[in-house]
Structures are given as structure tokens and as C-alpha cells.
Design a protein around this ligand. Structure first.
Ligand SMILES: Cc1ncc(COP(=O)(O)O)c(C=O)c1O
Length: 446
């Protein structure tokens, strides 16, 4: 194996004594498995593109059993409030875990009406759309879904994408060109960052939710400008400081794109999202989101003026050069949207659940940051111990995912709770009890 990067000098002292992640041998220490992650393998020595594989493999061999196995463990049930899971380290099946990790915020992915609609559509149209939406892939269900989402979001028109990721990619790179300026919040989702990179526009990031910094980043640029923000920030659960951001963007003539992946169908009087919730829906030019969270399906969309949508039809390459949504998914989404429209009490239940869990955790001294939504971080801030605590949590009976660098900054490791309207009070109480017990045992809260 080729040597990896030199270990950080004080790494040993930063790892607590008895947490199960301390290197067992000198060889382990030399390899510093815990200091590496997916961000470290930019390059391998040599000129063969595959020179990167051996160092990665050597790290992975050590990293996986020590905690990286926790990513991507297969669930064997629907993403309901309780799940069964194959714990891949010991290849054991864990049953009936309280599920606090799925984005199924309204519990719609497994609603019988949604499943029945999807099954019927597959029976009629088959599994896939078998073509790009601009060629043979569009079916009547796609048109119906786009129209219904536009009506729900109160927008002139809506364009569908295969995923939320590809919606950001297609919208940002379709609209912005080299020589333009994209300014995005520093906590932007990877799809926003990748969209900006693909556009080849000059890209700047402003301090999270800081309008004064946005002002600085927009100053002195005389070309086309786009500001990109999220409704609910997906790692912290706080809301966009939209009023200030709108004011600064308007001052510089910048257009605004809001990604409401974690807020559409939940926030606001009609469930349109955070922009509606804050009374600023009409101040935002482009409203983007995903169907993979609150609607429990898959796919992305962007809403705005008909002129903007018609332009994008030809220029959003992530849509043009990708297959249209599966008919089953499109039909399931139409049924899910109908439920959202007809059952506003689901949103009320979600906010009740959120208030209950946030209070329960805060009262127990758990650091949940500045969460104002159904996304609730459990701040651990210890990159070395996050995996061993995650193991204790799943074996204790609650399913939560560890989140660490590079998904969040270094020393900002956390678990991220996703509350659902489908959770019962018992689910939430049991989940909170387990979390508090494990955190107390590890000295994370008092
Ligand atoms: C803010 C944000 N935008 C976009 C996406 C991508 O959505 P999708 O899962 O539909 O690709 C996510 C997913 O986590 C997200 O959090």
C-alpha cells in the first residue's frame, strides 16, 4: 500500500480513551483511519487514474468495520415510523426500531391510496417512461402532475425533473453562464453547489443566512446575478432569513431561487413552503423542490413564470438528457398531492409532533441547535465518536444516521432527526428516551 497523507500531529490527543474508536495497534495509528473520509481521496500518486483505488481500499478496509458501515444499511420495510434494518457489521437483523431518519414527513410514501395509484399506473403504462421528456418520455400523467403542482404552489407553470438534485443542476446551469454570478448560502445542498459549478458562472458563498455578507458578495458585480437559498436548511433545520435576503437581492437586481426541498407541502397556510409562511412567496422568482421528501416519492420540480419554464424546457440539460419520471411514481405523486390538499390536519399533526420532541429534547439538555422545523439536529460535535454513539443508538432501538464531514463542517458532527406526522406520541417518547439515555452515558448531555 502506498503511504497516505502524514497524520495530523495532535490527532492522538483528540481521540478520547475509551470510545471504541481508538487505534488498536501502531499500524492502525499509522494509517489514521479516523482522520480520513471521502473528501481525502482527491488524488493518488502516479499517472494511472486507478492509482487512487489502492489507498482508498486500504483506508476503507479499516474504516468500514469502525463505523463507516453505518452508511447505507438496508432497511427491509417501508420507511414508516418503525423499521427493520440489516445491521451490516454483524449481519444481524434489527427489528422495530423507532425510525427518526426518513424524510417521509407526512407519512405519504406508504399510504394505501398512493400505493394503489402507483400500482394501477404501472399496470397501464409499464415500469418506465422509456424516453426523455422532450422526446417520447412524456405521458399524460406528467402533464397532470406538473399542472397540479403549479396550482398547489400558485405558480404560472412548473417543470418536472428526475430528482431534486437534477432540478438544481438543470435550473442553475440552464440559466447562468460563464461571466454571470451565482451567490449561494454557505450551507447550500450539494446540488446547488454542483449546479453552480456546471454553469461555469463565477460562484461565491455568503455566510449562512447573513444578509450583510450577501450584500458584500453582490457588490461591484455588473453582470447577471442569481442568489440561491433554501427554505429549511437540511442539516440544521433553521429557516431562510428571507426578508433580508430579498431586500439585498433586489437592491442589486439579483434573481432569487429558493430550494424548498424540506419545506414545500409543509410550511405556510396552504402548505406552499417557507416563502409562503414568511409572506414572501411573490418576492421569489424561482421555487424549486423535490418529491422525495414530503410527498414520499421521487422527482424534482421548479415553478415560476411560464416564460421561464418554457425557456428551461430546452436548456435544463439534466432534464433534457435524462429519462422522464416513472409512470408509477407520477401517479403516486398525484395521489399524494391530493392527500396534502385534502388533509391539512396532517401538517397540524406534524407541527404538534415537532413541538413535543423539540421540547422534550431541550428540557433534557440535548443541544438541538437552532432548529425551527421537523429537521432537528442532535449536535455531537465529536467526529471521532459519532460512529460509536450511532452504534449504541441503533442497538438501543432508534434508527438515526450519523452525519459528519464532509456533509457538515469538521467538528460539527451530528445526528439529524426527521419528524413525521405519522409518528405517535409513543414513538417519539421512546425515541427521545433512547437518545437521552445514550447521550448521557457518553457525557454529551447532563
Ligand atoms: C436542499 C436539498 N435540495 C435538493 C435535494 C435533492 O433532492 P432529491 O433527493 O430529490 O434528489 C436535497 C436532498 O436531500 C436537499 O436536501
Amino acid at each position: 500500500m502506498k503511504p497516505l497523507r502524514q497524520p495530523a500531529e495532535n490527532l492522538e490527543t483528540s481521540v478520547p480513551e475509551d470510545n471504541g474508536t481508538k487505534p488498536a495497534t501502531d499500524q492502525d495509528a499509522a494509517s489514521n483511519y479516523w482522520d480520513y473520509d471521502y473528501s481525502n481521496f482527491y488524488s493518488g500518486a502516479g499517472f494511472d487514474a486507478f492509482d487512487i483505488l489502492d489507498p482508498f481500499d486500504a483506508w476503507w478496509e479499516q474504516a468500514r468495520p469502525r463505523g463507516y458501515y453505518l452508511f447505507g444499511q438496508p432497511i427491509t420495510t417501508a420507511p414508516g415510523t418503525r423499521v427493520h434494518l440489516v445491521e451490516t457489521k454483524g449481519n444481524t437483523k434489527l427489528e422495530n426500531l423507532v425510525n427518526l431518519a426518513s424524510y417521509n414527513y407526512l407519512g405519504l410514501s406508504y399510504r394505501p391510496e398512493v400505493i394503489a395509484a402507483a400500482q394501477e399506473a404501472i399496470g397501464r403504462y409499464g415500469l418506465g417512461a422509456s424516453g426523455s421528456p422532450i422526446l417520447s418520455g412524456t405521458i399524460d400523467l406528467h402533464e397532470e402532475l406538473a399542472e397540479k403542482v403549479a396550482r398547489f404552489k400558485n405558480k404560472e407553470s412548473v417543470l418536472l425533473f428526475p430528482t431534486g438534485y437534477s432540478a438544481n443542476l438543470g435550473v442553475i446551469s440552464g440559466l447562468m453562464r460563464p461571466g454571470d454570478l451565482v451567490v449561494a448560502d454557505q450551507y447550500s445542498h450539494a446540488s446547488i453547489v454542483d449546479g453552480a459549478i456546471l454553469s461555469k458562472a463565477k460562484t461565491r458563498f455568503f455566510r449562512h443566512n447573513n444578509a450583510a455578507d450577501l450584500d458584500r458578495k453582490l457588490q461591484g458585480f455588473s453582470g447577471k446575478k442569481l442568489v440561491v437559498i433554501e427554505g429549511v436548511y437540511s442539516m440544521d433545520g433553521d429557516l431562510a432569513a428571507l426578508a433580508d435576503i430579498v431586500e439585498v437581492s433586489r437592491k442589486y437586481g439579483a434573481r432569487i431561487l429558493i430550494d424548498e426541498a424540506h419545506s414545500a407541502f409543509l410550511f405556510g397556510e396552504h402548505g406552499r413552503g417557507v416563502a409562503e409562511h414568511l409572506g414572501l412567496d411573490d418576492e421569489v422568482d424561482m421555487h424549486l423542490g423535490t418529491f422525495s421528501k414530503s410527498l414520499g416519492g421521487m422527482g424534482g420540480y421548479v415553478g415560476g413564470s411560464t416564460k421561464f419554464i418554457n425557456y428551461l424546457r430546452g436548456f435544463a440539460r439534466s432534464r433534457v438528457f435524462s429519462c422522464a419520471l416513472s409512470p408509477g411514481v407520477a401517479a403516486g405523486l398525484i395521489a399524494a398531492l391530493k392527500i396534502v390538499e385534502e388533509e391539512p390536519e396532517l401538517r397540524a399533526k406534524l407541527w404538534e409532533n415537532v413541538a413535543f420532541l423539540q421540547e422534550r429534547l431541550r428540557n433534557a439538555g440535548v443541544d438541538i441547535g437552532d432548529s425551527e422545523s421537523q429537521v432537528i439536529p442532535i449536535m455531537i460535535r465529536d467526529d471521532a465518536r459519532i460512529f460509536s454513539i450511532a452504534e449504541e443508538l441503533i442497538h438501543g432501538g432508534v434508527y438515526l444516521n450519523p452525519i459528519r464531514y464532509p456533509a457538515v463542517g469538521k467538528h460539527r458532527s451530528r445526528f439529524r432527526i426527521s419528524v413525521s406526522a405519522a409518528h405517535t406520541r409513543d414513538d417519539l417518547e421512546e425515541g427521545a428516551d433512547i437518545i437521552i439515555r445514550v447521550l448521557r452515558k457518553n457525557g454529551i448531555c447532563s
